[in-house]
Design a protein around this ligand. Structure first.
Ligand SMILES: Cc1cc2nc3c(=O)[nH]c(=O)nc-3n(C[C@H](O)[C@H](O)[C@H](O)COP(=O)(O)OP(=O)(O)OC[C@H]3O[C@@H](n4cnc5c(N)ncnc54)[C@H](O)[C@@H]3O)c2cc1C
Length: 416
């Protein structure tokens, strides 16, 4: 057994970082190649005058088992969202949520027009059913679309259109709720067991905290990998370097020959506006109920102010043909007409083309035995299980442990 094996990780996103943490833990020399200028991948934040602007609205669910293992929540200084949403209709708004977790939401939820009383009891029934399922039960269940699942559960069109569709469109980044029912149950369970949070310093604080756990790992930033051959990494600069093992923590079809076509992705646009007024408190997420006719899907207020004005993050998930200026005009109008929010100016805009992977068959994580692509190449990344921070972490861990097992036992136990 030799700890002198050279191991490379391609990509310093959450998955690559967790792979490196595990390799370091077992005492292996690891080198990480990252195309961009910093760690984080899709978990990034820009800081302007100290204000964090996340690259797309994204939350950590505190119940994620992998996040509980790899993150120190106290140090992340978390801002908690309430377990509910403010729903905006054409001429009114509702506040609904989980009254079992936040009593202040009881009356507004009971009297909301989001759905019938029967729907509201069904929401509680669904919550209790899913909360008690094991992860195995969730991820072994037959898959159907989330929309079909909700209909089969007996929810009315009214509650699907007013609540489930806008809420889960914001999470799945697709409007038709074609995402697998397994992902729906998993997310629903995570929401009912914990909270949705963002660190005070922005989502990048998560990546930074993982990075800070690495003491021996070497990082090469602004270094794009062009090709991965069994034991060799070829960089875009033309430089080649030999490794005993290589973990690819991003879509590998870009640089490994004979792999099936590129990964398909869902996109999102995220706007940050300076606005005049506050219509919901900053621990609630605002949703537009009329998903088919509005461009805005969700919004929330940042804790920080800009020029003494409020800051609003707005997500657009709809596919459209508008250019950015046209879209700003349309959503400014929607915010004003539907939510009474007066936009002052656009502060920041992100178009994230590759936000969430489209996964054909959703699983909880990639088992160790399935991470090996070739003799010396192993795979990680959320796209191999389900698009979430939890899967990104678990798949990074799986790939690293597979490499360690291969080195230390000479082969991979395919039963794990
Ligand atoms: C807008 C948005 C909202 C989201 N919302 C949530 C949410 O609410 N909850 C949740 O759990 N998850 C959410 N996610 C998903 C979550 O961010 C991802 O699951 C996770 O970040 C994936 O990490 P990863 O390491 O697998 O991939 P990535 O973060 O994509 O990391 C891959 C890394 O590889 C690098 N790379 C790529 N090609 C090369 C190359 N050729 N050479 C070198 N380096 C390369 C990239 O630069 C990148 O740093 C969201 C994502 C986005 C974008």
């Amino acid at each position: 057994m030799s700890k002198n094996q050279k191991i490379a990780v391609v990509g310093a996103g959450v998955s690559g970082l967790v792979a490196a943490i595990n390799l370091e833990k077992y005492g292996y020399q690891t080198t990480v190649f990252e195309a961009s200028d910093r760690v984080g991948g899709r978990v990034k934040t820009d800081y302007i005058d100290g204000i964090p602007f996340d690259h797309g609205f994204q939350v950590l669910l505190t119940a994620y088992p992998a996040a509980q293992k790899y993150l120190d929540y106290d140090l992340l200084d978390l801002n908690y969202f309430k377990p509910g949403s403010a729903i905006f209709y054409k001429n009114s708004k509702d506040k609904i949520g989980d009254p079992l977790r936040d009593k202040s939401l009881l009356f507004s939820t009971l009297f909301s027009k989001v759905g019938s009383l029967k729907d509201k009891f069904k929401i509680l029934k669904l919550r209790n059913q899913i909360k008690n399922k094991s992860l195995d039960e969730i991820f072994r269940a037959d898959e159907k679309t989330t929309m079909q699942y909700l209909k089969d559960f007996g929810f009315s069109n009214q509650v699907i259109e007013n609540f489930f569709a806008p809420f889960f469109t914001g999470i799945f980044l697709e409007e038709d709720l074609t995402t697998s029912s397994r992902k729906f149950e998993f997310v629903y369970q995570m929401f009912s067991k914990g909270s949705a949070v963002i660190p005070t310093k922005g989502i990048q604080a998560i990546s930074n905290q993982l990075y800070a756990q690495l003491k021996q790992t070497k990082f090469h930033f602004n270094t794009t990998v062009k090709k991965v051959n069994n034991g060799e990494i070829e960089l875009e600069s033309g430089r080649k370097e030999k490794f005993d093992y290589i973990i690819i923590s991003t879509d590998a079809s870009k640089f490994v020959s004979n792999l099936k076509e590129n990964q398909a992705w869902k996109s999102v646009e995220n706007f940050y506006f300076e606005v005049e007024n506050k219509v919901i408190d900053d621990s609630l997420i605002g949703l537009m109920s009329n998903r088919l006719s509005t461009y805005v899907n969700n919004f929330y207020y940042l804790k920080e102010k800009s020029n003494r004005n409020y800051l609003l993050s707005v997500s657009v998930i709809k596919n459209h043909q508008l250019n950015k200026d046209e879209l700003v005009k349309v959503i400014t109008n929607e915010l004003n007409k539907i939510a009474n929010i007066n936009v002052i100016e656009l502060k920041k805009y992100y178009l994230i083309n590759k936000a969430l992977p489209i996964v054909d068959s959703v699983s909880y994580m990639l088992p160790k035995s399935e991470t090996q692509l070739k003799e010396n190449i192993f795979l990680a990344g959320d796209h191999l299980a389900n698009g979430s921070l939890n899967a990104a972490m678990l798949n990074g861990e799986s790939a690293a442990l597979a490499v360690v097992e291969k080195i230390e036992k000479g082969s991979l136990d395919i039963g794990t």
